[in-house]
Design a protein around this ligand. Sequence first.
Ligand code: PLP
Length: 390
Amino acid sequence: MLMDVKWAKRIADLPPYLFAEIDEKKNEMKAKGVDVIDLGVGDPDIPTPDFIIEALKKAAEDPENHRYPSYVGMLSYRTAVADWYKERFDVDLDPKDEVIALIGSKEGIAHTPLAFIDPGDTGLYSDPGYPVYPTSISFAGGTPYAMPLLKENDFLPDLDAIPEGVREKAKIMFINYPNNPTTAVAGEEFYREVIDFAAKYNILICHDAAYTEIAYDGYKPLSFLQVDGAKDVGIEFHSLSKTFDMTGWRIGFAVGNKKAIGGLGKIKTNIDSGAFQAVQVAGIEALKHYQTGLEDRKKIFQERRDIFCKGLDEAGLGYIKPKATFYVWFEVPKGVSSKDFSSKLLEEAGIVVTPGTGFGKHGEGYARVSTTFDTERIVQAVERLKEAKF
Ligand code: PLP
């Protein structure tokens, strides 16, 4: 007899992961013979730099690296992270207890609420935003509370608008600058406000800094930890995925408040067994020589950004020129929903863009493209976008 396998409510109630749904539609179009140009997922087409691959090859041959890694990461990897923070941001970190290795920052972000949210607690997150924030808050039994990112506030959350009752129940807050999907950036003044808010209401700040190294026109994004008092109230997630085009390698880290890093470590000890040591060794090389080739790689994204923005100008669609990230966040034509716009663009022009609402309800009115695809294809996509009728 077949058993009736039932999903737990925590996954049964979840909508399909954004990109899974888009993939299905894209594959349908491809099956019909349409030449689909996919500007959806932020997954760089540029290969990982050779010196990092060489370091992996060598490390993979060492049998010491074939055994279970440390849960929190090799001390040499954590030291390389601390050294990089000092060099890049002038932030001091103790590699022993203020740094933890992650199997990609998504893993660390998703596990964080388990360490700090009890059932009934609230977790604040920005909307539109990386979908993992609200999902992981719910997985931990918490109630996600969306902080809208609106154009009139430069896509920064308005902390004054959070009701008193919500502040009191909130245990963590996810923020992310340079921001995916809006590409907005944050300055010291905003972080100062966040730190004061966190200290007043005892809320752990979880700053997702995955895109600090992908910035243009001389702009250098801040680390949240550069601002006085940040380490008392928060942690910062970072990733090698975007900086070094290493999305498939699954390596990142979290840094900051000792007790918070310890809490995340306790969850991870019980769930995973750390990142492959050979990947950590390659990560050390990447961080030690982080500037090698970085400007050249950024130049490619910047050129694509400019091609796409020019296309938006010609198509008469509004946007704010991104200072950072490899996305462009633009306004869909008035009177059309984000979802209808994306569907129509796929059906009529064969272009995949992500509807703003895929990142939360406050993404309505917008769509996101990623410039992590071949430049020629972006040029073609722009031509098709200009011709599309809505
Ligand atoms: N945070 C943001 C804002 C992202 O956009 C992504 C990936 O797209 C991640 C975190 C996860 O990156 P990774 O798990 O590859 O480190």
